[in-house]
Ligand binder design. Structure first.
Ligand SMILES: NC(=O)c1ccc[n+]([C@@H]2O[C@H](COP(=O)([O-])OP(=O)(O)OC[C@H]3O[C@@H](n4cnc5c(N)ncnc54)[C@H](O)[C@@H]3O)[C@@H](O)[C@H]2O)c1
Length: 446
C-alpha cells in the first residue's frame, strides 16, 4: 500500500493501484476509499491486466482521489465529475490562511471565475478573495505576467499563509506556480486545471515557469502545489483542438510506461475525443498515476528518469519555436514529435515499423498531426533542438522508445541517424505533398 520512492513500477491496476496512494493519518481514509471505490466501480479490476479486451472501466463515483508522493511534498489530486467549483468543502481543507488570490485569464474568467470565487468565499477561514486576470496565450507566459501576479500579491498584502489558485490551462498553472514559489520565498498554491492537457500533465509534478524569448520554459522552479483539484465538467467548454492536444499527452503515457494503457487508448480514442465520461475519467486518472510515479521517483530530474515524460518534446519544442508559439498547440507539436522519436527509434533498431504505424494511426484518429511542418529542414531542427534543456556538455540527450511501453533517455546514438530521421520526413513531403499535408489536418481552418 506504500509507494516506494524510486520505484519504476508503473503498472497500476486493481490492487497495484493502491501503490500510488500512501495512507497516512486522515489521508489513509481518502486513499483507502479511492482504492475501494475503484474496485467497486470496476468489478474484476485485479484481472484487468490479463484481460486485454476489457472495455472502459466506468467510473460512476463523483469524487476520487490520487496522491502524489513527491519527496518535497505529498498532495492529493481530487477528481470531481460534476460542477464543483462553487463547493467550499472541496477547497476549505487545503487553505491555511485567510486570504486567497485566484489567477486566471480573460478566456477562463467569464466561464468559471465566479463559481470558484463563490466556493472560496464560503470557506469559513477565508476573509478575502482577490483576483488577477491575465491576457490569454502562450505569448503571455512571460516575466511581465509574473510581475503582474506579484504586483497583486504586494498590493493586496498577501502573507505567507495566503494561497494562490491557478484557474486555467498549463500557461496559467506554470505562471501561478512560479509566482507562488518566489513570492515571500514560497507560499501555498493550488492547481485548478481547466484544460485536458493541464489535468493530465502540467498541473501535476511541480514544474513551474515562464518562457524566455530565446527558449520555452527557460526560467522556473520545481515547486509542488498543495493540491490539484479537477472539476472535469469544465472540459466541456474546450475547443476540440485543445482536447486533442491533451489526448496527445495521454497517449504519451501509454508509450513511455504502460503498453496496456496504450492498447486501451487505441480502443477508446474516439470516446476520449468526445469526452465520454467513463473513458476520459479513466484516461485522466491513469495518466496522473503514471506522472505521479515518475515524479515520486525523480522529482527534480536529477537521475534523468523524469525526462522520459518528454517523449516527443525535443522535436516538438523545436516545431513550436520555429513556427511561432501558438501556431501549433503544445500537444500537437508533441504528437508530431512522438512520431519523429518513434521513427528514430525504429532506425536504431529498437522498435519495428508496425509500432510506428500504430502510433501514427492512434494520433491521426485523435485528430493530431503526425508529420512535422514541411517548412522545417535539418538545420532548423538542429538549431532549435540545440537549445533543449536536455543538452549536456554540448550533447543532446533524446527520449526514444526502447519498445512500446518503455522509453529511454539516451545520448548514445549516431548524429547521422537524427539527421536521417529529419530528412526522411522532408523526403515524404517532396514525394507526396498532398498526402503529407493531409497528415497536418489540424492546421486547416474548420
Ligand atoms: N509544468 C509542466 O509540467 C508542463 C507540462 C506540459 C505543458 N506545460 C505547459 O502548459 C502550457 C500548455 O497548456 P495548455 O495546453 O493547457 O494551454 P493554455 O493554458 O494556453 O490553454 C489553452 C487554451 O484553452 C483556454 N481554456 C482553458 N480552459 C478552458 C476551458 N475550460 N474552456 C475553454 N477554454 C479554456 C485557454 O484560455 C487557452 O486559450 C504550455 O505553456 C506548456 O509549456 C507545462
Amino acid at each position: 500500500m506504500y509507494l516506494v520512492a524510486g520505484t519504476s513500477k508503473l503498472t497500476c491496476k486493481g490492487r497495484e493501484a493502491a501503490a500510488i496512494c500512501r495512507p497516512q493519518g486522515s489521508d489513509a481514509v481518502v486513499a483507502h476509499c479511492w482504492y475501494r471505490r475503484k474496485r467497486e466501480a470496476t468489478p474484476g479490476a485485479e484481472r484487468r491486466r490479463s484481460t486485454v479486451k476489457a472495455e472502459v472501466p466506468v467510473t460512476t463515483t463523483d469524487e476520487r482521489v490520487l496522491w502524489v508522493d513527491a519527496p518535497s511534498r505529498k498532495y492529493p489530486i481530487i477528481f470531481r465529475n460534476k460542477p464543483s467549483l462553487h463547493d467550499s468543502e472541496l477547497f476549505a481543507p487545503h487553505i491555511s490562511g485567510n486570504s486567497v488570490l485566484i489567477v486566471t485569464n480573460e478566456t477562463v474568467a467569464p466561464l468559471y471565475l465566479h463559481r470558484l470565487r463563490e466556493g472560496l468565499s464560503r470557506c469559513p477561514q477565508v476573509d478575502r478573495v482577490e483576483e488577477c486576470i491575465l491576457p490569454d496565450g502562450e505569448e503571455y507566459k512571460t516575466m511581465d505576467s509574473l510581475r503582474a501576479i506579484i504586483d497583486v500579491c504586494m498590493q493586496k498584502r498577501l502573507d505567507r499563509k495566503s494561497t494562490l489558485f491557478a484557474l486555467g490551462g498549463g500557461v496559467i498553472g506554470d505562471l501561478t506556480g512560479f509566482a507562488a514559489s518566489v513570492f515571500l520565498r514560497g507560499i501555498p498554491f493550488i492547481q485548478v486545471p481547466t484544460t485536458l492537457l493541464a489535468v493530465v500533465d502540467s498541473a501535476v509534478g511541480g514544474k513551474t515557469g515562464i518562457n524566455h524569448p530565446l527558449g520555452k520554459n527557460m526560467i522556473g522552479s520545481f515547486y509542488q502545489p498543495h493540491a490539484v483539484i479537477v472539476d472535469a465538467s469544465t472540459l466541456k467548454t474546450l475547443d476540440p483542438r485543445q482536447i486533442s492536444a491533451g489526448i496527445a499527452e495521454i497517449i504519451k503515457y501509454g508509450l513511455i510506461c504502460d503498453e496496456e494503457f496504450f492498447n486501451w487508448c487505441e480502443r477508446n480514442v474516439s470516446k476520449m475525443v468526445s469526452l465520454s465520461p467513463g473513458a476520459i475519467q479513466y484516461a485522466m486518472e491513469r495518466s496522473c498515476q503514471c506522472k505521479a510515479a515518475v515524479v515520486a521517483a525523480d522529482e527534480r530530474e536529477s537521475s534523468g528518469y523524469r525526462a522520459i515524460l518528454n517523449l516527443g518534446h525535443t522535436f516538438g519544442h523545436a516545431i513550436e519555436a520555429a513556427t511561432g508559439y501558438g501556431t501549433w498547440l503544445h500537444g500537437e507539436a508533441v504528437a508530431a514529435g512522438m512520431v519523429m522519436a518513434a521513427e528514430m527509434s525504429r532506425r536504431l533498431g529498437f522498435i519495428d515499423e508496425q509500432v510506428v504505424r500504430r502510433i501514427e494511426a492512434i494520433l491521426t484518429e485523435a485528430a493530431l498531426p503526425v508529420r512535422p511542418p514541411p517548412s522545417m529542414n535539418v538545420e532548423t531542427f538542429l538549431t532549435y533542438m540545440a537549445m533543449d534543456k536536455k543538452v549536456e556538455r554540448g550533447v543532446l540527450r533524446l527520449v526514444l522508445l526502447e519498445r512500446l511501453g518503455k522509453a529511454i533517455v539516451t545520448a548514445n546514438y549516431e548524429r547521422q541517424v537524427l539527421v536521417d530521421t529529419i530528412e526522411y520526413f522532408r523526403r515524404l513531403y517532396q514525394e507526396q505533398p498532398e498526402n503529407y499535408e493531409r497528415r497536418l489536418a489540424h492546421l486547416r481552418p474548420k
